[in-house]
Design a protein around this ligand. Structure first.
Ligand SMILES: [Zn+2]
Ligand SMILES: [Zn+2]
Length: 373
Protein backbone atom coordinates (compact mmCIF):
# COMPACT_ATOMS: atom_id res chain seq x y z
CA UNK A 1 0.00 0.00 0.00
CA UNK A 2 1.18 3.54 -0.79
CA UNK A 3 2.39 5.63 2.09
CA UNK A 4 1.82 9.32 2.83
CA UNK A 5 4.44 11.39 4.65
CA UNK A 6 3.51 13.84 7.39
CA UNK A 7 5.39 15.96 9.95
CA UNK A 8 4.19 14.88 13.38
CA UNK A 9 4.28 16.67 16.73
CA UNK A 10 4.97 13.74 19.07
CA UNK A 11 6.13 15.64 22.17
CA UNK A 12 5.90 19.35 23.06
CA UNK A 13 9.00 21.41 22.34
CA UNK A 14 10.61 18.43 20.58
CA UNK A 15 11.50 18.36 16.86
CA UNK A 16 8.69 17.35 14.51
CA UNK A 17 9.16 13.79 13.22
CA UNK A 18 8.53 12.74 9.62
CA UNK A 19 6.26 9.68 9.72
CA UNK A 20 4.47 7.62 7.10
CA UNK A 21 0.79 6.72 7.14
CA UNK A 22 -1.20 4.46 4.82
CA UNK A 23 -2.76 6.25 1.86
CA UNK A 24 -6.50 6.23 2.65
CA UNK A 25 -7.34 5.28 -0.94
CA UNK A 26 -10.94 5.91 -1.93
CA UNK A 27 -12.64 8.48 0.31
CA UNK A 28 -15.89 7.58 2.02
CA UNK A 29 -19.22 9.35 1.37
CA UNK A 30 -18.80 13.14 1.40
CA UNK A 31 -15.06 12.97 2.03
CA UNK A 32 -12.25 14.36 -0.13
CA UNK A 33 -8.61 13.38 -0.42
CA UNK A 34 -6.51 16.46 -1.12
CA UNK A 35 -2.88 16.68 -2.16
CA UNK A 36 -1.47 19.61 -0.18
CA UNK A 37 0.42 22.28 -2.12
CA UNK A 38 0.99 24.87 0.56
CA UNK A 39 0.51 24.91 4.33
CA UNK A 40 0.96 28.02 6.43
CA UNK A 41 2.55 28.06 9.85
CA UNK A 42 0.32 30.10 12.11
CA UNK A 43 1.31 31.69 15.40
CA UNK A 44 -1.11 29.24 16.99
CA UNK A 45 1.07 26.35 15.76
CA UNK A 46 3.95 27.74 17.77
CA UNK A 47 1.69 27.87 20.86
CA UNK A 48 0.64 24.26 20.15
CA UNK A 49 4.25 23.14 19.78
CA UNK A 50 5.08 24.79 23.12
CA UNK A 51 2.21 22.90 24.79
CA UNK A 52 0.30 26.07 25.65
CA UNK A 53 -3.04 24.78 24.37
CA UNK A 54 -4.62 21.41 25.12
CA UNK A 55 -4.29 19.12 22.08
CA UNK A 56 -4.00 15.37 21.61
CA UNK A 57 -0.57 13.93 20.75
CA UNK A 58 0.78 12.78 18.39
CA UNK A 59 -0.63 15.45 16.10
CA UNK A 60 -0.24 16.50 12.47
CA UNK A 61 -0.48 20.28 12.72
CA UNK A 62 -1.42 22.68 9.93
CA UNK A 63 -4.83 24.41 9.91
CA UNK A 64 -4.36 26.82 6.99
CA UNK A 65 -3.64 24.94 3.78
CA UNK A 66 -4.54 24.66 0.12
CA UNK A 67 -4.14 21.84 -2.36
CA UNK A 68 -5.67 19.89 -5.22
CA UNK A 69 -8.52 17.41 -5.05
CA UNK A 70 -7.06 13.97 -5.65
CA UNK A 71 -10.18 11.91 -5.05
CA UNK A 72 -13.78 12.74 -4.22
CA UNK A 73 -15.98 10.50 -2.12
CA UNK A 74 -19.48 9.48 -3.23
CA UNK A 75 -21.99 12.33 -3.02
CA UNK A 76 -19.46 15.17 -2.81
CA UNK A 77 -20.39 17.09 -5.93
CA UNK A 78 -20.26 20.75 -4.93
CA UNK A 79 -18.17 23.05 -2.77
CA UNK A 80 -19.56 25.17 0.10
CA UNK A 81 -20.80 27.81 -2.36
CA UNK A 82 -22.56 25.28 -4.56
CA UNK A 83 -19.94 25.32 -7.32
CA UNK A 84 -19.15 21.98 -8.97
CA UNK A 85 -16.12 20.18 -7.51
CA UNK A 86 -13.86 18.05 -9.70
CA UNK A 87 -10.72 16.03 -9.26
CA UNK A 88 -7.76 18.37 -9.87
CA UNK A 89 -9.53 21.50 -8.54
CA UNK A 90 -7.47 23.82 -6.34
CA UNK A 91 -9.24 24.08 -2.99
CA UNK A 92 -9.00 25.34 0.53
CA UNK A 93 -11.32 24.59 3.44
CA UNK A 94 -12.55 25.97 6.75
CA UNK A 95 -10.30 24.49 9.42
CA UNK A 96 -13.15 23.62 11.79
CA UNK A 97 -16.31 21.58 11.59
CA UNK A 98 -19.01 22.48 14.07
CA UNK A 99 -21.83 20.11 14.97
CA UNK A 100 -24.82 22.24 13.97
CA UNK A 101 -26.83 20.69 16.80
CA UNK A 102 -25.56 22.05 20.12
CA UNK A 103 -26.75 25.07 22.12
CA UNK A 104 -24.17 27.43 20.53
CA UNK A 105 -24.62 26.13 16.98
CA UNK A 106 -28.39 26.01 16.96
CA UNK A 107 -29.72 28.43 19.56
CA UNK A 108 -27.06 31.09 19.78
CA UNK A 109 -25.70 30.89 16.22
CA UNK A 110 -22.12 31.12 17.46
CA UNK A 111 -20.59 28.07 15.82
CA UNK A 112 -17.06 29.07 16.79
CA UNK A 113 -18.11 28.18 20.35
CA UNK A 114 -19.60 24.81 19.31
CA UNK A 115 -19.32 22.32 22.15
CA UNK A 116 -17.83 19.61 19.92
CA UNK A 117 -16.02 21.68 17.30
CA UNK A 118 -12.98 19.96 15.81
CA UNK A 119 -10.23 21.64 13.83
CA UNK A 120 -7.86 20.12 11.29
CA UNK A 121 -4.27 20.42 12.44
CA UNK A 122 -5.34 20.85 16.09
CA UNK A 123 -7.99 18.46 17.42
CA UNK A 124 -7.04 15.10 15.87
CA UNK A 125 -4.67 12.45 17.15
CA UNK A 126 -2.57 11.08 14.28
CA UNK A 127 -2.60 7.54 15.65
CA UNK A 128 -6.37 7.42 15.05
CA UNK A 129 -7.26 6.21 11.54
CA UNK A 130 -7.45 7.69 8.96
CA UNK A 131 -4.56 9.69 10.49
CA UNK A 132 -4.31 12.45 7.85
CA UNK A 133 -6.08 15.41 9.47
CA UNK A 134 -3.49 18.18 9.28
CA UNK A 135 -1.77 20.36 6.70
CA UNK A 136 1.85 19.45 7.40
CA UNK A 137 1.46 16.36 5.22
CA UNK A 138 1.51 15.29 1.59
CA UNK A 139 -2.23 14.64 1.77
CA UNK A 140 -5.20 15.37 3.98
CA UNK A 141 -8.46 13.44 4.13
CA UNK A 142 -11.27 15.95 4.58
CA UNK A 143 -14.29 14.71 6.52
CA UNK A 144 -17.83 14.85 5.23
CA UNK A 145 -19.39 18.27 5.99
CA UNK A 146 -16.08 20.11 5.66
CA UNK A 147 -16.64 23.54 4.12
CA UNK A 148 -14.51 23.19 0.98
CA UNK A 149 -13.94 26.16 -1.35
CA UNK A 150 -12.73 26.09 -4.92
CA UNK A 151 -10.00 28.72 -5.23
CA UNK A 152 -10.54 31.15 -8.13
CA UNK A 153 -7.77 31.02 -10.76
CA UNK A 154 -6.81 34.62 -10.02
CA UNK A 155 -5.94 33.83 -6.39
CA UNK A 156 -2.53 32.14 -6.01
CA UNK A 157 -2.01 29.81 -3.06
CA UNK A 158 0.67 32.21 -1.81
CA UNK A 159 -1.86 35.06 -1.51
CA UNK A 160 -4.41 32.84 0.22
CA UNK A 161 -2.01 31.25 2.70
CA UNK A 162 -0.05 34.49 3.09
CA UNK A 163 -3.32 35.94 4.37
CA UNK A 164 -4.01 32.68 6.21
CA UNK A 165 -6.31 32.31 9.17
CA UNK A 166 -5.37 35.86 10.22
CA UNK A 167 -7.58 37.29 7.46
CA UNK A 168 -10.58 35.08 8.21
CA UNK A 169 -10.16 35.83 11.92
CA UNK A 170 -10.13 39.58 11.23
CA UNK A 171 -13.21 39.30 9.00
CA UNK A 172 -15.10 37.50 11.79
CA UNK A 173 -14.07 40.24 14.24
CA UNK A 174 -15.27 42.89 11.82
CA UNK A 175 -18.65 41.16 11.65
CA UNK A 176 -18.90 41.09 15.47
CA UNK A 177 -17.79 44.72 15.80
CA UNK A 178 -18.94 46.51 12.64
CA UNK A 179 -17.53 49.93 11.79
CA UNK A 180 -19.53 52.90 10.73
CA UNK A 181 -18.24 54.46 7.54
CA UNK A 182 -15.32 56.79 8.27
CA UNK A 183 -14.73 55.49 11.82
CA UNK A 184 -11.20 56.00 13.07
CA UNK A 185 -9.41 52.77 13.99
CA UNK A 186 -6.33 51.97 16.04
CA UNK A 187 -4.80 48.52 15.51
CA UNK A 188 -2.48 47.40 18.27
CA UNK A 189 0.06 44.92 16.91
CA UNK A 190 1.48 44.44 13.41
CA UNK A 191 1.77 40.65 13.29
CA UNK A 192 -0.36 38.70 10.78
CA UNK A 193 -3.65 39.37 12.62
CA UNK A 194 -2.87 43.08 13.04
CA UNK A 195 -2.06 43.50 9.35
CA UNK A 196 -5.19 41.61 8.34
CA UNK A 197 -7.27 43.75 10.73
CA UNK A 198 -5.91 46.87 9.01
CA UNK A 199 -6.76 45.47 5.56
CA UNK A 200 -10.28 44.52 6.68
CA UNK A 201 -10.91 47.88 8.41
CA UNK A 202 -9.83 49.66 5.24
CA UNK A 203 -12.12 47.48 3.11
CA UNK A 204 -14.96 48.06 5.58
CA UNK A 205 -14.82 51.84 5.14
CA UNK A 206 -12.64 52.96 8.03
CA UNK A 207 -11.43 56.56 8.14
CA UNK A 208 -7.96 57.13 9.47
CA UNK A 209 -6.21 53.95 10.63
CA UNK A 210 -3.34 54.06 13.13
CA UNK A 211 -1.04 51.06 13.65
CA UNK A 212 1.00 50.57 16.80
CA UNK A 213 3.67 47.89 16.53
CA UNK A 214 7.04 47.04 15.06
CA UNK A 215 9.70 46.30 13.97
CA UNK A 216 10.05 48.87 11.14
CA UNK A 217 9.52 46.39 8.27
CA UNK A 218 6.19 45.31 9.84
CA UNK A 219 5.14 48.96 10.13
CA UNK A 220 6.00 49.41 6.46
CA UNK A 221 3.67 46.50 5.68
CA UNK A 222 1.01 48.10 7.92
CA UNK A 223 1.31 51.28 5.89
CA UNK A 224 0.89 49.26 2.70
CA UNK A 225 -2.29 47.67 4.03
CA UNK A 226 -3.81 51.07 4.83
CA UNK A 227 -2.48 52.47 8.12
CA UNK A 228 -1.88 56.21 7.60
CA UNK A 229 -0.04 56.64 10.88
CA UNK A 230 2.39 54.03 12.24
CA UNK A 231 3.82 54.17 15.74
CA UNK A 232 6.94 52.10 16.47
CA UNK A 233 6.75 50.77 20.04
CA UNK A 234 10.55 50.50 20.12
CA UNK A 235 10.83 54.24 19.38
CA UNK A 236 7.87 55.50 21.38
CA UNK A 237 8.26 53.43 24.51
CA UNK A 238 5.76 54.93 26.93
CA UNK A 239 1.98 54.64 26.86
CA UNK A 240 1.36 58.37 27.42
CA UNK A 241 3.46 59.36 24.41
CA UNK A 242 1.66 56.81 22.26
CA UNK A 243 -1.71 58.13 23.46
CA UNK A 244 -0.65 61.66 22.50
CA UNK A 245 0.34 60.51 19.00
CA UNK A 246 -2.94 58.63 18.57
CA UNK A 247 -4.93 61.69 19.63
CA UNK A 248 -2.94 63.86 17.21
CA UNK A 249 -3.91 61.41 14.47
CA UNK A 250 -7.59 60.72 15.24
CA UNK A 251 -8.64 63.76 17.23
CA UNK A 252 -8.81 64.65 20.92
CA UNK A 253 -11.44 62.11 21.98
CA UNK A 254 -9.68 58.93 20.92
CA UNK A 255 -10.46 56.28 18.32
CA UNK A 256 -13.94 55.04 17.43
CA UNK A 257 -12.60 51.50 17.45
CA UNK A 258 -9.44 49.94 18.86
CA UNK A 259 -8.50 46.39 17.82
CA UNK A 260 -6.05 44.57 20.07
CA UNK A 261 -3.95 42.10 18.04
CA UNK A 262 -0.97 41.82 20.35
CA UNK A 263 -1.59 38.87 22.66
CA UNK A 264 0.19 40.65 25.49
CA UNK A 265 -2.29 41.23 28.33
CA UNK A 266 -1.16 44.77 29.24
CA UNK A 267 -2.03 45.89 25.71
CA UNK A 268 -5.66 45.70 26.86
CA UNK A 269 -5.20 48.59 29.31
CA UNK A 270 -3.60 50.70 26.60
CA UNK A 271 -6.32 49.80 24.10
CA UNK A 272 -9.04 50.98 26.49
CA UNK A 273 -7.14 54.20 27.04
CA UNK A 274 -7.04 54.84 23.28
CA UNK A 275 -10.81 54.35 22.76
CA UNK A 276 -13.08 57.35 22.72
CA UNK A 277 -16.01 57.37 25.15
CA UNK A 278 -18.72 55.13 23.72
CA UNK A 279 -16.20 53.48 21.38
CA UNK A 280 -15.60 49.83 20.63
CA UNK A 281 -12.70 47.82 21.96
CA UNK A 282 -12.11 44.52 20.16
CA UNK A 283 -9.94 41.98 21.97
CA UNK A 284 -8.67 39.77 19.17
CA UNK A 285 -5.12 38.87 20.11
CA UNK A 286 -5.44 36.93 23.38
CA UNK A 287 -5.42 33.43 21.86
CA UNK A 288 -3.17 31.91 24.47
CA UNK A 289 -3.80 32.43 28.20
CA UNK A 290 -0.97 34.80 29.13
CA UNK A 291 -2.19 35.44 32.67
CA UNK A 292 -3.76 38.27 34.69
CA UNK A 293 -3.03 41.99 34.81
CA UNK A 294 -3.95 44.94 37.01
CA UNK A 295 -6.99 46.42 35.40
CA UNK A 296 -9.52 49.04 36.44
CA UNK A 297 -13.03 48.10 35.24
CA UNK A 298 -14.32 51.57 36.18
CA UNK A 299 -13.00 52.77 32.81
CA UNK A 300 -15.41 50.49 30.94
CA UNK A 301 -18.43 51.91 32.78
CA UNK A 302 -17.32 55.52 32.72
CA UNK A 303 -16.35 55.47 29.05
CA UNK A 304 -19.48 53.47 28.11
CA UNK A 305 -17.25 51.14 26.13
CA UNK A 306 -18.35 48.18 24.13
CA UNK A 307 -15.79 45.43 24.68
CA UNK A 308 -16.01 42.65 22.12
CA UNK A 309 -14.23 39.31 21.90
CA UNK A 310 -13.98 37.20 18.77
CA UNK A 311 -12.72 33.64 18.41
CA UNK A 312 -11.73 31.94 15.16
CA UNK A 313 -14.07 32.02 12.19
CA UNK A 314 -16.82 30.19 10.33
CA UNK A 315 -17.06 29.07 6.70
CA UNK A 316 -18.74 32.31 5.60
CA UNK A 317 -15.63 34.22 6.69
CA UNK A 318 -13.43 31.98 4.51
CA UNK A 319 -15.83 32.72 1.66
CA UNK A 320 -15.48 36.47 2.25
CA UNK A 321 -11.70 36.24 2.53
CA UNK A 322 -11.48 34.50 -0.84
CA UNK A 323 -13.84 37.07 -2.40
CA UNK A 324 -11.81 39.94 -0.99
CA UNK A 325 -8.61 38.50 -2.46
CA UNK A 326 -10.34 37.74 -5.75
CA UNK A 327 -11.32 41.36 -6.30
CA UNK A 328 -8.24 43.11 -4.89
CA UNK A 329 -5.02 42.45 -6.80
CA UNK A 330 -3.03 44.75 -4.52
CA UNK A 331 -4.05 42.82 -1.42
CA UNK A 332 -3.15 39.54 -3.16
CA UNK A 333 0.33 40.87 -3.89
CA UNK A 334 0.81 42.19 -0.38
CA UNK A 335 -0.27 39.01 1.37
CA UNK A 336 1.83 36.85 -0.98
CA UNK A 337 4.82 39.11 -0.40
CA UNK A 338 4.37 38.57 3.35
CA UNK A 339 5.67 35.01 2.90
CA UNK A 340 9.32 35.30 3.77
CA UNK A 341 10.31 31.63 4.17
CA UNK A 342 9.33 28.43 2.36
CA UNK A 343 10.32 24.86 3.28
CA UNK A 344 9.79 21.29 2.10
CA UNK A 345 7.95 18.78 4.30
CA UNK A 346 11.25 17.18 5.32
CA UNK A 347 12.24 20.61 6.68
CA UNK A 348 8.98 21.05 8.63
CA UNK A 349 10.73 21.34 11.97
CA UNK A 350 13.07 23.98 10.61
CA UNK A 351 10.02 25.79 9.26
CA UNK A 352 8.37 25.78 12.67
CA UNK A 353 11.53 27.03 14.38
CA UNK A 354 11.81 29.77 11.78
CA UNK A 355 8.22 30.83 12.40
CA UNK A 356 8.92 30.81 16.12
CA UNK A 357 11.96 33.08 15.82
CA UNK A 358 10.40 35.57 13.43
CA UNK A 359 8.69 38.76 14.45
CA UNK A 360 5.68 38.07 12.25
CA UNK A 361 6.99 37.14 8.76
CA UNK A 362 5.01 34.28 7.22
CA UNK A 363 6.56 30.83 6.88
CA UNK A 364 5.06 28.07 4.71
CA UNK A 365 5.63 24.40 4.00
CA UNK A 366 5.20 22.97 0.51
CA UNK A 367 4.61 19.30 1.32
CA UNK A 368 4.88 17.95 -2.20
CA UNK A 369 8.07 19.79 -3.02
CA UNK A 370 11.35 17.86 -2.80
CA UNK A 371 13.85 19.09 -0.19
CA UNK A 372 16.30 21.62 -1.60
CA UNK A 373 14.20 22.25 -4.74
ZN1 LIG B 1 -4.17 29.95 12.82
ZN1 LIG C 1 -22.16 22.65 17.93
Amino acid sequence: MKQVKAAVLEAFEKPLAIREFPDPGDPGPGEALVSIEIAGICGTDVHLWLGQLAIPLPNIMGHESAGRIERLGPGLLKDWRGETLRVGDRVTWASSISCGECYYCRVKKQATRCLTRKAYGISYCSTDAPHLRGGYAEKILLRANTAIFRIPDSVPGEALIGAGCALTTAIHASERAPLEWGDTVVVQGTGPVGLAAIAVAKAAGAGKIVAIGGPPHRLELARGFGAEVCIDIAQVTDVESRRRLVHEAVGPYGADQVIECVGYPLAVNEGILLCRDGGQFVVLGQYADAGNIDFNPHTITRKQLRVIGSWGFEPRHVDRAIRLLERDATLREKFAAGITHSFSLAQADQALQTARSLAGGKTVIRPNQVAGA
